[in-house]
Design a protein. Sequence first.
Length: 140
Amino acid sequence: MRALLANQNFRTDARFKTLAARKQNEDALEAIITEWTSHRRVADVVTELQNAGVAAGACADSKYISEDPHLNERDYFVYRDHPAVGKRQHCGMPVRMSATPCKVKAAAPALGQHTDEVLTGLLGYSKAEVEKMRADGALD
């Protein structure tokens, strides 16, 4: 962050002094930020910005999250078998409670996997009514 501020005097540059000015000059601002971030690791950028008092966090994709040292150290990820793709990593429970054990019980369902269960169990349709809906194409 200090290197970025040393190369660009944002406090006195009229292009970036107000929100309206920054919006009007967002392409220039984007180019400066891109140049500054392009040679750094995401975690380093976040740390440097936070240390400078900027509220910052990573917009993380699945790969970045799955490699996060903190999440891995906390055993956040679980592995479950999925009917279509086999064993896969899944996000675990984001909180741990001492008196209420929480866990991921199964992989995400396949499309339509619980249709009959929901229609007959939760919504009270008979098996015959579900079969008629299916035959009529209502469940396609």
